[in-house]
Design a protein around this ligand. Structure first.
Ligand code: GRG
Length: 296
């Protein structure tokens, strides 16, 4: 099969993001080596960088400069990485493998892993707030979105629903809300911040948010399917974790085929919001196809 053009663009974004992240995570002056090493350990390598790539793409197609948006893309990836570190802790999912290597708490201990997550969360806001070459109005709005959608109105709120859904069968609407907040939160932040740093119209902003909401839920459903079907070596994190933690997921509610069907429906729905971007929607359309067949 011919390689999708978007795969190459995603690879290019990944290189750009990782170069920039590596620079931020050097901390040459830090006397607190355990925490800073743990922050770098969890952030470097292995991540797909979907959220920062989406941020850069929405910035690009709405007329922004991706170089100027890079600090915000890195901040978003730092918040995502913090959520993975904390999500793996024994008091959460208790998973000991992440991105193909021991989870942060397995490599550095629970106490340092907790601090590394906190360190990444706070550092993300420092990096975003220090971004030069972006107007103060745009910076403040981007930082507001980052805080709103990674906090109790987004990812953290979704995680609370997740915790309360262990051992109980939740209804479809609660499950949808959980995935929209928990996983959709940062994906929506990517789209919204990209649009703010570009010069998106109201119409484009609404379309971007609808796209990101559908992709966010579909991304989580795919994650649930992979938890059931993937090879641990390829996935780079434990499988059957949801079953072990007695979670309600689209797979437990709809079965594997039902979950696959719903993910596909949402990826198609996501694409349907993009007409406002006209010829510039190619990457975002193909990204749905890439994400719908991902193996890790
Ligand atoms: C505060 C103790 C404490 C815990 C908070 C914030 C949180 C725990 C959890 C957030 C919820 C969470 C981790 C959702 C998972 C979303 C998801 C599908 C993650 C995997 O994303 P990928 O596949 O990962 O993009 P890579 O490794 O490619 O970056």
């Amino acid at each position: 099969m011919e390689e999708l053009k978007a795969s190459k663009q995603l690879d290019d974004y990944r290189v750009l993001i990782e170069e920039s992240l590596n620079g931020y995570l050097k901390f040459p002056e830090s006397p607190f080596r355990s925490v800073t090493d743990a922050m770098a350990y969890s952030t470097e390598g292995g991540g797909k960088r979907i959220r920062p790539a989406l941020l850069l793409e929405f910035c690009r197609i709405t007329g922004g400069d991706i170089e100027k948006a890079l600090p915000f893309a890195c901040a978003l990836e730092m918040i995502h990485t913090y959520s993975l570190i904390h999500d793996d802790l024994p008091c959460m999912d208790n998973d000991n493998l992440r991105r193909g290597k021991p989870s942060c708490h397995k490599a550095y201990g629970e106490d340092i892993a907790l601090l590394a997550g906190d360190g990444l969360l706070t550092y993300a806001f420092q990096v975003a707030a220090s971004a030069g070459k972006i107007s103060a109005d745009k910076s403040v709005e981007a930082i507001r979105i980052l805080a709103f959608l990674s906090g109790v109105s987004g990812m953290i709120g979704g995680q609370e629903i997740d915790l309360k859904s262990e051992d109980v069968r939740i209804d479809f609407e609660t499950l949808r809300q959980m995935d929209l907040m928990k996983t959709g939160g940062l994906i929506r932040a990517a789209a919204q911040i990209g649009c703010v740093l570009g010069n998106a119209s109201k119409l484009q902003m609404t379309a971007a948010d609808r796209y990101a909401s559908d992709v966010g839920i579909a991304f989580q459903i795919t994650d649930d399917i992979l938890d059931k079907t993937a090879d641990v070596e390829v996935l780079g994190k434990p499988v059957l974790s949801d079953e072990g933690n007695r979670k309600s997921t689209y797979v437990s509610l709809l079965g594997l085929d039902g979950a696959r069907h719903e993910a596909q429906r949402l990826f198609e729905s996501a694409k349907s919001h993009l007409s406002v971007f006209e010829d510039e929607a190619g990457f975002l359309i193909e990204l749905c196809d890439i994400l719908s067949v991902r193996e890790f």
